[in-house]
Design a protein around this ligand. Sequence first.
Ligand code: ZN
Length: 204
Amino acid sequence: MKITKIIRVVDTREYTEEGDRWVPVPGSGIENECARCGRLHEVHATVELADGAKAVVGTGCMRGESLDLQSGIKRLTSASKRQARLMSQMKRVSVLVDEKRRIEHEVTALRLPASREERTHCTEKSGYEYEKFEIVFSDGVRFCSLRELTKASYEEAARFWYQQKERELGMTYAHDFAPYELKTLDEKLCALEEKFPELKGEPR
Ligand SMILES: [Zn+2]
């Protein structure tokens, strides 16, 4: 069985965050019987043989092949691990993006409650005096300003109120950044797959 070409390399495992590292979850991938050693491998390559047939082999089972193929499989194996890790990361971030959309949707449906203005004369310990202007919503949310309230203050107060409701429904900073993070991960994945077409199974 002589291998002539690497068609596709895939790490089928899920990755999970452990501390500040992402590590593969053993047993989470699809096992394929190796044409070389007969064992089951989660990281494997589809290869073309000298007679044109295709076979699946573990990426660690190509010793004895030409140096070209060996260095190729080495680079592709580490690239496939990076690809699998990125895909697991994207899955995690996608959950946050979906949650963010759901919360935003829920909050948009809420009607802004009635509000009243409150003006307080404050004196600090140092003797410094100032006026505090507040828009107090009937549900207790307070928007504070150090300037006379204007139409713009009311718009700002409304945004603040909706933001408070989002936080109450579980919106976190991780959610805020999730869409940006997802885009970044997707760009990394695309760049990786463009550099190594074998990760998608397209022969060069
Ligand atoms: Zn094997």
